[in-house]
Design a protein around this ligand. Sequence first.
Ligand code: NAD
Ligand code: UDP
Length: 318
Amino acid sequence: MKKRILVTGGAGFIGSHLCTRLLNEGNEVISLDNYFTGSKKNIVHLLDNPYFEMIRHDVTEPFFIEVDEIYNLACPASPVHYQYNPIKTMKTSVMGAINMLGLAKRVNAKVFQASTSEVYGDPAEHPQRESYWGNVNPIGIRSCYDEGKRAAETLFMDYHNQNNVDVKIVRIFNTYGPNMNPEDGRVVSNFIVQALKGEDITIFGDGQQTRSFQYVDDLVEGFIRLMDTPKGFTGPVNIGNPYEFTMLELAKNVIELTGSSSKLTFMPLPQDDPKQRQPDISLAKKELDWEPKVQLREGLVKTIAYFDTLLREENKIA
Ligand code: NAD
Ligand code: UDP
């Protein structure tokens, strides 16, 4: 059955993949975005589909529309961007959640929150299960994002418990793929762009900190499965790839796959940078029958091809 679906942050990296997938499944999709970190370029080709609309709007302002489902993704996700205006980041998470929950309540829509592994902070439990409460600095440079997302989770659960709103919460672990903003500042896009330009690869700290990266298609599959769960199943559910590696290993893979002559350069580790992060995905396996399918090198090859084309189009590489 065709559904009408609102995607906030629809012009962003993940949002653009989600809009595409939802349209391909025969739904009507409305992207709402203020284009702070997203780009029309990511979704403008979808306008060929008469069931797609792009709306410029800020999620901190109320929005009225009749929809069946809402995916709330609007929020800058990379540290460089969310720290640019931390007050706005917090407002986006908190007021954005309130506005989307209010809308869902009014029109009786299902509403989905893109939360984050950052709610675990610099985790004292490894790997992280959904039952872990986290280790977050409330007054550090990452707090606007971490605490904003934590407050949003609280609001989602409170609207569910108090007003019976059908909510779904996903905790996304580091994700990469085509349509990432080359200026995004996150590690995969930084390393690939640097390698393609033949610039030094910037390793923060000693490069021994770990992350677990999933390819965006795996994540979107997890979103759809979570949205399709029966009312009452709220999550939060971790969606991520448990395959964990150091930033040094990532740099080596990127250099090898691009055939670049880039060298490594070491820079200070940012404040509150988590030392390790790895999802426990038992819940997603059990409840959603979900697990990631795309291996790191396979996903890197696709992402490198995307950035290679983009940088050539922009005459940034020959
Ligand atoms: P992104 O920056 O590419 O996308 C975010 C989108 O939200 C952009 O298009 C931006 O313009 C839009 N936006 C920001 N503030 C807004 C506002 N006030 N009103 C309307 N639109 C606004 O980032 P992404 O990686 O696609 O992340 C999407 C969501 O997933 C975010 O909520 C992020 O916190 C979450 N997430 C992402 C990752 C990841 O690894 N990519 C990990 C954890 C959580
Ligand atoms: N990082 C790095 N070089 C970069 C960008 C990031 O070494 O050019 C490191 C960063 O310090 C962190 C890891 O890579 O330890 C992942 O950073 P990212 O910003 O992608 O995600 P997050 O810290 O939010 O997990």
